[in-house]
Design a binder for this molecule. Structure first.
Ligand code: KIV
Length: 306
């Protein structure tokens, strides 16, 4: 197995000007495939509220739900650097709340936590860092503040807005954050922020001039169920349509009694089968067909469940 990705690895990627590959995952299989594909970082995002739970925004997911996703991902991601996104109200109320929530993610296997907000939330960063936790900030479009942002809107479109982003990023850096995620802003805004900070800068919808690219796995796989289709999402697959097609074919085969076929049925000794058959009072057509299939397979030698 390749070596575990650490903060050192992420910093050396930046030194070599190699963009880090960052993707969301919320479950064991997806994290396994991401790890096998060699991604550098996984975000167990609170976007799980929308991608996994069908909620209209990220505000309705809590710590207990996030912990299930975090544990599933961490079980798969042995090498990949895992970041857990602290959900709404799991860190805003107090420094203690932030440390306890972040600590639960770290105890569950995360390498770092991510939270949303700038200068006004910087004291929480200091508290988490002082507790020995790696902290990533998140600026620009911060979905936990959609009310204040008046919806999912592109950020950093004016000089004043970009200056505010830099001020917030510097406050996070000063408080000890190792990185910041910039979401939904023109490439020049992200490049400007990056020039003004020393910490790692990752982007989702923030152009190429950052230290790594984050995408939501459902966006690139093509299995997001919902109406939001951000400009920055590139669809590499059509997994949703494929899943639907598989389920449709399965339904057709069950309804037309094509499934299960003989090869999907367990064999039984023919004498035992005959005895059971003789005791049956009302054998149905599909079951009779299955029983015949079992007879045909009865002589094969197989392992108990194969
Ligand atoms: O936590 C999250 O899910 C996010 C998304 C923007 C990927 O930050």
């Amino acid at each position: 197995m390749a070596r575990k990705v650490t903060l050192r690895t992420l910093n050396s990627l930046r030194e070599r000007r190699e963009p880090a590959v960052f993707i969301t995952a919320y479950d064991y299989p997806t994290a396994t495939f991401a790890e096998r594909a060699g991604v550098d970082m996984i975000l167990v995002g609170d976007s799980a509220a929308m991608t996994m739970m069908g909620l209209p925004n990220t505000l309705g997911i809590g710590m207990d739900e996030m912990i299930v996703f975090v544990r599933s991902v961490c079980r798969a991601a042995k090498r990949t650097f895992v970041v857990g996104a602290l959900p709404f109200l799991s860190y805003q109320p107090s420094d203690d709340t932030a440390v306890l929530s972040a600590g639960r993610f770290i105890a569950a296997g995360c390498d770092a936590v991510k939270f949303e907000g700038g200068a006004r939330i910087a004291p929480r960063v200091r508290a988490m860092v002082d507790a020995g936790i790696n902290v990533m900030g998140h600026l620009g479009l911060t979905p936990q503040n959609i009310g204040q942002l008046s919806g999912y809107r592109v950020q950093g479109k004016t000089r004043a807005a970009v200056n505010q982003l830099v001020e917030d990023a510097l406050a996070l850096q000063e408080a000890g954050a190792f990185a910041v995620l910039l979401e939904a802003m023109p490439a020049v805004a992200a490049a400007y922020v990056r020039e003004h900070v020393d910490m790692l800068v990752y982007g989702i919808g923030a152009g190429p001039d950052v230290d790594g690219q984050l995408v939501i796995s459902h966006d690139i796989l093509g299995n997001f169920v919902g109406d939001i289709a951000p400009r920055f999402a590139k669809q590499y697959g059509h997994i949703g349509a494929q899943v639907e097609e598989v389920f449709r074919t399965y339904a057709e085969e069950v309804r037309s009694s094509c499934f299960p076929a003989p090869e999907h049925c367990y064999p039984i000794d023919s004498a035992d089968e005959a005895e059971i058959q003789s005791c049956r009072s009302r054998p149905s057509a599909p079951l009779t067909r299955t029983a015949l299939a079992q007879t045909a397979l009865a002589r094969q030698t197989t392992s108990p469940l194969s």
